[in-house]
Design a binder for this molecule. Structure first.
Ligand SMILES: C[S@@+](CC[C@H](N)C(=O)[O-])C[C@H]1O[C@@H](n2cnc3c(N)ncnc32)[C@H](O)[C@@H]1O
Length: 286
C-alpha cells in the first residue's frame, strides 16, 4: 500500500478538494456577516485607523464580507494578511485589484505576508516590533496551526486594548467526524474544531473571557457514500484531510469510519446531511 498523503502537504490537491467541499457545504455567509457586524460594533476604538490581522485567508473570498463591514464604518484600515500559500495570495491580490478598480476598498491598505502564523509571530518577536491589532481573525484556518495554546496566547498579547479576536471553525457533528478522522490519520489536523480549540485556549489563558456564537450550517454528503463518485471522494478526502483516502485506508478501518460518519448524518428532503455548523470564538482584550 502506498504511503498516506496528508492533504495539507499537497496544495494543489488541498485546494481542489476545498472547492468541492464548498460546492456541497452551505455556510450562511450572510448570517456570518450579521454576527461579525454585531461583534465589530462592540469595538471601542476611538481612532480613524484600524489595524487588522487576517490569518489563513486563502483567496480572500471569506474576507469580502469582513472588509465590506469595516469599510462601511469608514475607517482607514491596515489589513495585514498572513497566508502560507503563494497561489492563494495572488488570487487575493487580484480580488483587491478588481474591488479597487470598481471604487471599493479604497480606504484599505493591504499587506500580504506569504508565511504561516507560527513564522509570522516568531519573526515579529525577533524584530521586537509590536503592532497592537484592533481585530485579529482566523476564519476556518486554525485547524492546521501547531500548538494552539501558545499561538492564541501570542495573538492575545498583540491585541490592543479592547481589541477583538474572532475565530470561526466547524462545530457539532462535523467536528466529531473530523476528530474521528484524526484518530485514523494522526498529523492530518492539529485541531478538529471549535469546541476543542476553546478547551485549548482555556487551558492556556484561564483568566480570559470567551464568548461564542453558533450558526447552523450543513453539508450534503450523499456522494461520499458512492464509492465511484469523483466529487464524493474529493469531499471525503477534505473531511478526513487525506489524498485519495479510500485507496489508502484499510478496509476494516474504512467501513468503521463510514459507519461513524453515517451515524452523524440525517436525511432531509431526500438528501443525506452532515451538519457542518460554525462557531465563532470571540475574545475581547481586557
Ligand atoms: C480551509 S482554508 C480557509 C480559507 C478562508 N479563510 C475561508 O474561510 O474560505 C484554510 C487556510 O488556512 C491556511 N493555513 C493553514 N495553515 C496555516 C498556518 N499555520 N498559518 C496561517 N494560515 C494557515 C491555508 O493555507 C488555507 O488557505
Amino acid at each position: 500500500m502506498e504511503e498516506v498523503k496528508i492533504l495539507k502537504h499537497h496544495p494543489k490537491e488541498y485546494y481542489n478538494r476545498l472547492c468541492t467541499y464548498k460546492k456541497y457545504c452551505f455556510h450562511y455567509l450572510h448570517e456570518r456577516q450579521v454576527d461579525f457586524k454585531d461583534i465589530f460594533d462592540k469595538l471601542q476604538v476611538k481612532k480613524d485607523s484600524l489595524q487588522v490581522l487576517a490569518i489563513g485567508t486563502g483567496n480572500g473570498d471569506a474576507d469580502v464580507p469582513v472588509i465590506d463591514l469595516m469599510t462601511n464604518k469608514q475607517f482607514h484600515i491596515n489589513y495585514i494578511v498572513v497566508e502560507p500559500d503563494a497561489a492563494e495570495i495572488e488570487k487575493f491580490k487580484s480580488l483587491v485589484a478588481s474591488k479597487q478598480e470598481q471604487g471599493d476598498w479604497k480606504s484599505v491598505n493591504f499587506e500580504f505576508n506569504q508565511t504561516t502564523i507560527e513564522n509570522y509571530l516568531k519573526e515579529a518577536k525577533k524584530a521586537q516590533v509590536k503592532v497592537n491589532f484592533d481585530i485579529i481573525h482566523t476564519i476556518h484556518s486554525a485547524y492546521q496551526f501547531t500548538d494552539h495554546g501558545s499561538i492564541f496566547a501570542d495573538l492575545y498579547d498583540i491585541l490592543g486594548n479592547r481589541g477583538i479576536l474572532v475565530n470561526t471553525m466547524v462545530a457539532g457533528p462535523q467536528e466529531q467526524v473530523n476528530a474521528k478522522a484524526m484518530e485514523i490519520n494522526p498529523g492530518t489536523r492539529e485541531c478538529p474544531g471549535s469546541a476543542s480549540l476553546r478547551r485549548m485556549i482555556q487551558r492556556r489563558l484561564p483568566d480570559i473571557e470567551i464568548h461564542t456564537r453558533y450558526r447552523k450550517s450543513y453539508c450534503s454528503v450523499d456522494e461520499c457514500f458512492k464509492e465511484d463518485s469523483k466529487d464524493g471522494n474529493m469531499l471525503l478526502d477534505f473531511l478526513v484531510q487525506v489524498v485519495d483516502f479510500r485507496k489508502h485506508v484499510k478496509e476494516g478501518v474504512l467501513s468503521d469510519f463510514m459507519a461513524f460518519f453515517r451515524a452523524h448524518c440525517y436525511v432531509k428532503d431526500g438528501q443525506l446531511i452532515l451538519d457542518s455548523d460554525e462557531e465563532d470564538i470571540v475574545i475581547f482584550k481586557k
